[in-house]
Design a binder for this molecule. Sequence first.
Ligand SMILES: Nc1ncnc2c1ncn2[C@@H]1O[C@H](COP(=O)(O)OP(=O)(O)OP(=O)(O)O)[C@@H](O)[C@H]1O
Length: 206
Amino acid sequence: MIKAKDVSHSYNKDIALKNINLEIKKGEFISIVGKSGSGKSTLLSILSTLLKPISGEVFFENINSKNIKDIDSFRQKNIGFIFQFHYLINYLNIKENIQIANEKATLQEIEKLLDLLEIKSIINKYPNEISGGQRQRAAIARALINKPKIIFADEPTGNLDSKNSKNIFKIFKKLSKKGTTIIVATHDLNLASKTDKTYEVNDGQL
Ligand SMILES: Nc1ncnc2c1ncn2[C@@H]1O[C@H](COP(=O)(O)OP(=O)(O)OP(=O)(O)O)[C@@H](O)[C@H]1O
């Protein structure tokens, strides 16, 4: 489903990634670990096509990411993003925050998703009225409303305690069992051990 071929990247003259080769299959739940500055976020940004590598290629179902038009449309339809900070909009309630990602989403679809994430009761609450774990789950709901085939999550539990972090990984596991491909960068080796496969980035090498 996702393939990286000889991917290297540098910022100015600093090499961030060296010759990465990687293949991720449909429905796999993958973690990327490594110490701070090792290149996890850079790899995630390149794999998700948000960042163009200096050299090498990334493919999604055989679409080369160099094919900007096709890849933009693929990204829009098929990829969901979750970040360390939730980026919910404070003056919108949770339902409205989710509708921002998909204005055609029905109340029934939103409720079903919130039910899956066990936060149905907060649908009319505002981000500053709920807990950090609930906010992150709401951000996951927003990423899921378009039914993405692939989810990229960069340190999604970075702001959460261990109980909430474990819950988020349980949700990812559930989604991957239903066929969603999930790629998570984390510094938490315990959480990484819950995924199907873990890759370590060390000084830009996999
Ligand atoms: N926008 C940028 N400009 C210049 N250098 C950058 C930029 N982003 C990352 N780097 C450098 O690239 C290397 C890899 O950074 P990256 O953010 O991918 O690591 P990381 O493993 O995600 O780190 P962390 O766990 O701290 O988020 C580091 O040396 C970093 O300083």
